[in-house]
Design a protein around this ligand. Structure first.
Ligand code: C2E
Ligand code: CA
Ligand code: CA
Length: 549
């Protein structure tokens, strides 16, 4: 027996051999044998039996091209060299209900002079689950793209190629659903197929890619500098664009591999988190994973899990921060600010949950709850014969999309039977919301006193003030404290105050922390202030003590 057949036998004994074949090119004859452990039977044929498999139509679509190449190589004997190596390919054969079974073909391609004939030998066998997991998918034309395979191969490369740095890059199409809706699913599918084709061309042999789900793709690539990743992504983006004049854009998430033992899945998840974190960002479409994003996301999920029960259990509480007249340090009002009294974490400040609620819409419920607390409080003071103190409540921008918040406020005013001027509304106006101005006008027409919150924080400008229905400007603390430092900053504040007086607006400064700031404001003509100099936001009972003194 020659060395070649010996090698094949050795292989067959090790594996669960399905069939063993050899090809006699001179006689143009194929021989197929069953496992030699079974009773001997030999089939011979002039046709390429592997091509028959292909013709049967049962080869999995994704594997066809690679299998065709393999089969023609066997037919012609081309590509077969004298190297002492094993060539493998894998393919899936479809059974009933599209259930697929993996087969592997191994050939020992060395041309040998077997009885003065040129012969190659090979085996075909059904793969075990272990082999499917572990097989080397970049061997030969087998750059398999199933996510599971991809993941285990990527993991292996990251572990073994220690001289290289690796990055996981995940991307998807922003608003892919919209493309499907607008152009039809067929076009959507074509587009995705186009992406696969482009990736095939664009990715080098060193880079691997897979399609994870409908429009989410993953690439694992070695890199030297972070700038390599940026230029790779920008180039890829350009290559992927411009299909059938359809307008679409991408969102990328990157995770740089640090610890090479991190499971591939975790690295992939991190790239996904980075991708999700840049969604909706108008300026940047590449996000890098870092631990902060992850804990931010975990925090968000944790908040969303607990928020409804927290509202039911009364964990949201209204605090009041008094507003003062600078000249006589008397309390002239209060701002209602929400606090979350978490049984485990204690007092949670609103900056850590209000932005989450604004995204998921729950802020509407919280605001309505706080509005009701404020109305109840005013009613209570009236019942106790205390001098009426106006409370201003925050109205999230989310409300400004429809007029419902105005009727909600009116209902509360009726329910607690309180004068409208005692419930003031703090609104942060932004230019991004086209409906907001109309809603603000409506609130004004409905008789509410309106405060423009966060004035000077970048959204609002003096010019727009002339046409807005606001009654009071609330100078933002950042604007205020930073500007105070310089001479020019002080001029801006004094002119802002002068101008708002000129157009008939009232003023209040928030975030007043020092006596100097208060004096300066007073000198400029602003007599109302809110800030730590006077009092922090405090529980209602403490506020009541303050006013009764
Ligand atoms: P805001 O409406 O600008 O509220 C003023 C914030 O400034 C409050 O923070 C207050 O504690 C803080 N502050 C007051 N005086 C000073 C000071 O002298 N120095 C400094 N450094 N800070 C001062 P807080 O209570 O943490 O609220 C943060 C933001 O959360 C609020 O900013 C508001 O946008 C939002 N928020 C709070 N409660 C509600 C609510 O019930 N509904 C809605 N939609 N948003 C709320
Ligand atoms: Ca406010
Ligand atoms: Ca503010």
């Amino acid at each position: 027996m020659d060395a070649c057949r010996e090698k094949m036998l050795e292989l067959m004994l090790k594996q669960d051999i399905f069939v063993y074949f050899y090809i006699d090119y001179e006689a143009n004859q194929w021989y197929l044998e069953s496992n030699p452990a079974l009773p001997e039977f030999v089939m011979s044929s002039q046709d390429n039996p592997i091509e028959d498999i292909l013709k049967s139509g049962r080869v999995y679509e994704d594997d066809k091209e690679r299998f065709r190449l393999f089969s023609s190589m066997l037919r012609d004997g081309t590509g077969i060299n004298d190297k002492d190596e094993l060539i493998k390919t894998q393919l899936r054969i479809k059974y009933r209900n599209d259930f697929a079974v993996w087969y592997e073909i191994n050939i020992y391609p060395k041309k040998v002079d077997y009885s003065k004939r040129m012969v190659i030998t090979g085996t075909i066998h059904r793969m075990t689950e272990r082999e499917i997991q572990a097989r080397d998918i970049i061997n030969f034309h087998t750059n398999d793209r199933s996510p599971k395979m991809f993941s285990s191969l990527a993991q292996r490369r990251v572990k073994e190629e220690k001289d290289k740095k690796f990055a996981y890059i995940q991307f998807d199409v922003a608003g892919f659903k919209f493309i499907n809706d607008k152009y039809g699913e067929e076009v959507g599918n074509e587009l995705l197929a186009h992406f696969s084709d482009v990736l095939d061309l664009y990715c080098s042999e060193e880079q691997m890619f897979t399609r994870l789900s409908a429009d989410v793709f993953m690439i694992v690539t070695p890199y030297q500098e972070i700038s390599d990743i940026y230029s790779f992504i920008r180039g890829l983006e350009a290559a992927l664009s411009g299909f059938k004049n359809i307008k679409y854009s991408f969102v990328f998430g990157v995770c740089l591999v640090g610890d090479r033992n991190t499971p591939s899945r975790t690295l992939g998840d991190s790239a996904a988190i980075a991708r999700i974190s840049v969604k909706g960002n108008a300026l940047e479409n590449i996000g890098f994973f870092d631990q902060d994003i992850k804990s931010g996301l975990e925090n968000k999920l944790n908040i969303e899990k607990k928020m409804k029960a927290a509202l039911k259990n009364g964990e949201f509480v209204m605090y009041l921060q008094p507003k003062y007249s600078i000249s006589n340090t008397r309390i002239i009002g209060a701002e209602a600010l929400v606090r979350w009294i978490d049984p485990e974490k204690g007092i949670v400040p609103p900056d850590s949950f209000i932005p989450v609620f604004e995204k998921n819409g729950f802020v509407v419920k919280i605001d309505e709850y706080i509005w009701e607390c404020a109305c109840k409080q005013i009613r209570k003071w009236m019942d106790h014969g205390l001098p009426p103190i106006p409370i201003s409540v925050n109205v999230s921008r989310v409300h400004l999309n429809n007029a419902e918040f105005i009727s909600c406020l009116n209902k509360l005013i009726d329910k607690y039977d309180i004068p409208k001027e005692l419930l003031e509304l703090e609104i942060t106006e932004t230019t991004e919301n086209i409906n907001s101005n109309e809603m603000i006008v409506r609130a004004k027409e409905s008789g509410f006193r309106l405060l423009m919150d966060d004035f000077g924080s970048g959204y609002s400008s003096l010019n727009t003030l002339r046409n807005t229905p606001f009654d009071v400007l609330k100078i933002d603390r950042s604007f205020f404290s930073e500007s105070m430092e310089t001479d020019r900053g002080q001029k801006i504040i004094s002119h802002t105050i002068a101008m708002s007086k000129d157009i008939g607006l009232d003023m209040i400064a928030e975030g007043v922390e020092t006596k100097e700031q208060a004096d300066f404001l007073y000198d400029c003509g602003c007599n109302a202030a809110q800030g730590f100099l006077y009092s922090r936001p405090i529980p209602v009972e403490m506020f009541e003590k303050l006013i009764s003194n």
